[in-house]
Design a protein around this ligand. Structure first.
Ligand code: SF4
Ligand code: SF4
Length: 496
């Protein structure tokens, strides 16, 4: 049975292909591997400039649990460890290791961990971590960290939906590597100990669906088709669709005994655990109206230029977007490297953007929000920077999917407003926290001074009383002595 979450939008792949394929990209002449990943601390290089490295060799390590190690994706020479522009909307530079290829692609040989069915959960999680695996659907969250928390997991969900229209890399991967995907899911099942696994796949991916069915002989694994509708791949919406369970904004899926993993991550886990191959390549979709769309398996760290050239771009000026057409980010240069989270590159001819008009209160945006927000209302509050009101209208639940943008006849970039309002609210909250902290510090200081004053006064009173008591005691003593002396004198006088 097909379930569906509320709202969302149906968007056809703008650049469909007759046959979904994976083309092996040639080895790049050099790779640039960023040490800063999506979250966590920057990894520390364990090689130096001039070192010879083999493919799969560890080149940067970390002790931060939100970060993963980095491996050489080609064999060759380390020629630089310096700041390079990374594919990020900030356009900023970050520390990277650059390796120049020796053209041999010689792999490092490591100890194979053996049959995963006989490995403990801890050994398998360690293997996932040491292989540098992160969520390959675009989130980039370190997989071992998520699996580590999956202790009371009842349901494992494998997200085999493409996160956005136009992206085909997961579809291609399932068609080409269905056996490997199923085995990767079985490794995950062993780690999580879930009672059941659901592989969720959109109903427009019949070839991939059939391929998975053919290789799945595990009765704990079910392959479920869901309607092809943007944003069905968003984790909480997918859980709602499959299990009819709502995960509140401040909770995680694991709080309800659910673990979600992307289908490409499952394949990477197969590569690591069964094939002893760390994460050094990934499948990337290159699409858009300026290229011939296709999927390429490419080494991490190869430039966007290296892979875009394979999709035969036309000679017109281009706009390049990393990630999907909806939630991706524009990149200014093709010189940036492919990272673990680069699932898609859109290359489009430069076109004039439609001009933004006033809101005509048509309410169309309210009909499509997959998390049941009121974008029109949020827009007014975001525009007037009234973040308090916007938060009362659940701005924090907005997943910035841009469904509302797509239907807006006035072409208002609503999601951009919401992203800005969220950032503003974060800043205001931080400032408020700072002021609160300063106020509390001041109040505590005042309290401390007052308390000291009272304590000092109490101490003075105590000392005064003690002195008074002592003086009274002394006086009694003195009187007694005077009386005794008088008695002695009297006795002496009477004796004489
Ligand atoms: S961007 Fe936010 S408000 Fe707009 S449809 Fe998506 S979740 Fe709803
Ligand atoms: S869709 Fe655009 S024009 Fe219509 S109500 Fe929403 S913001 Fe206003």
């Amino acid at each position: 049975m097909l379930n569906a979450f509320n709202n969302g939008v149906v968007i056809e792949n703008p650049h469909p292909v007759a046959q979904v394929e994976i083309i092996q990209a040639p080895l790049p002449d050099k790779v640039v591997l960023p040490l800063q990943q999506r979250i966590g601390e920057q990894a520390e290089p364990c090689v130096e400039v001039g070192d010879l490295v083999l493919t799969g060799q560890l080149i940067a390590q970390t002790t931060d649990q939100f970060c993963t190690p980095i491996h050489a994706s080609i064999s060759g020479v380390v020629v630089a460890i310096d700041e390079q522009i990374i594919p990020h909307k900030s356009g900023l530079k970050s520390k990277c290791i650059t390796i120049e290829s020796d053209g041999k692609d010689e792999w490092i040989k490591d100890e194979w961990i053996g049959d995963f069915l006989h490995c403990s959960r801890e050994i398998l999680i360690d293997c996932v971590q040491q292989s540098g695996i992160v969520g390959l659907g675009g989130a980039g969250f370190p997989t071992h960290s998520k699996l580590d928390k999956a202790i009371d997991c009842q349901t494992l969900i494998i997200n085999a939906t493409e996160c956005e229209p136009g992206i085909m890399c997961d579809d291609a991967l399932m068609q080409y590597f269905a056996r490997e995907v199923i085995l990767g899911v079985e490794v995950l099942l062993r780690i999580c100990g879930a009672q059941k696994v659901i592989i969720a796949i959109e109903d427009d991916k019949q070839e991939a669906y059939q391929s998975l069915l053919m290789f799945n002989h595990n009765e704990r694994i079910t392959i479920r088709q869901i309607p092809t509708k943007y944003t069905s791949g968003a984790e909480k919406l997918l859980i709602k669709t499959l299990l009819d369970i709502e995960i509140p904004a401040d909770k995680l899926a694991i709080d309800k005994g659910i673990v979600c993993q992307n289908v490409s991550t499952a394949k990477a886990i197969f590569d690591a655990v069964v094939e002893d191959r760390p994460l050094v390549s990934r499948v990337v979709t290159v699409t858009g109206d300026a290229v011939i769309p296709n999927n390429f398996e490419v080494r991490l760290g190869a430039s966007f230029e290296h892979i875009v050239a394979l999709a035969k771009p036309n000679n017109q000026p281009h706009e390049v977007r990393m990630g999907g057409m909806m939630m991706g980010v524009d990149v200014a240069s093709l010189a940036v490297p492919i990272c673990k989270i680069t699932n898609c590159i859109f290359v489009n001819n430069v076109k004039p953007k439609p001009s933004v008009q006033e809101c005509i209160r048509c309410g169309q945006c309210n009909q499509v929000c997959p998390v049941d927000l009121l974008p029109q209302q949020l827009y007014w509050y975001a525009k007037s920077e009234n973040t308090e009101k916007a938060m009362r209208y659940n701005l924090s639940s907005c997943i910035e999917c841009r469904c509302c943008d797509v239907v807006c006849p006035s072409h208002i970039p609503l999601a951009e407003y919401f992203s800005f309002a969220k950032a503003l609210h974060r800043k205001e909250t931080q400032e408020k926290q700072k002021i609160d902290k300063a106020r509390k510090r001041f109040e505590y200081r005042e309290y401390r001074l007052e308390r000291n004053k009272i304590e000092r006064a109490e101490m003075m009173e105590r000392k005064k009383a003690e002195l008074k008591k002592k003086m009274a005691g002394d006086k009694i003593q003195k009187d007694k002595i005077v009386q005794a002396m008088a008695r002695v004198k009297k006795k002496n006088d009477s004796d004489t």
